[in-house]
Design a protein around this ligand. Structure first.
Ligand code: ZN
Length: 139
């Protein structure tokens, strides 16, 4: 069995945003040489997500509005977590809703996606460098 590991780095200029990272993950898969197996992609931070959905700007706008309704950033004083001096309680909650990781089957050296599936990095407390782990196992 082959095993491959790589960290991808992101530094979003805004507090929140979504990036389609599918082509970077496909590059990892090519580098790995793995033809059949499983691919894991996870955010290595508790205020960021990795998720799979449609690359459609209206949907991403809807996510932003929905998440902000569920866990508004302000007022920051509404969250006990922010009593620690941080201001990112909302980002922890948004990450929880959008998820930590995705697993995709690898078949014939390709990501075995369903229709319209793409992999996204979701940032909820940006303006700093953060990592995503790509781990692929198979043969
Ligand atoms: Zn925090």
């Amino acid at each position: 069995m082959k095993s491959y590991r790589k960290e991808l780095w992101f530094n979003l200029p805004a507090r929140r945003g979504f990036i389609n990272i599918t082509s970077q993950v496909e590059e990892c898969l090519r580098e790995s040489g793995i033809q059949s197996g499983l691919l894991l992609v996870n955010a290595m931070h508790i205020t960021a997500s990795v998720f799979i959905n449609d690359d459609e700007s209206g949907l991403h706008h809807d996510y932003e509005k929905w998440l902000e309704k569920l866990a508004p950033h302000e007022p920051v004083g509404q969250y006990r977590h922010n009593d620690t001096g941080e201001d990112n309680a909302d980002a922890h909650m948004k990450r929880q809703v959008m998820g930590r990781e995705v697993v995709v089957a690898v078949t014939n050296g390709q990501l075995d996606f369903g229709t319209w599936e793409q992999i996204f990095y979701g940032e909820f407390d940006g303006k700093r460098k953060k990592r995503v782990l790509v781990k692929i196992i198979g043969e």
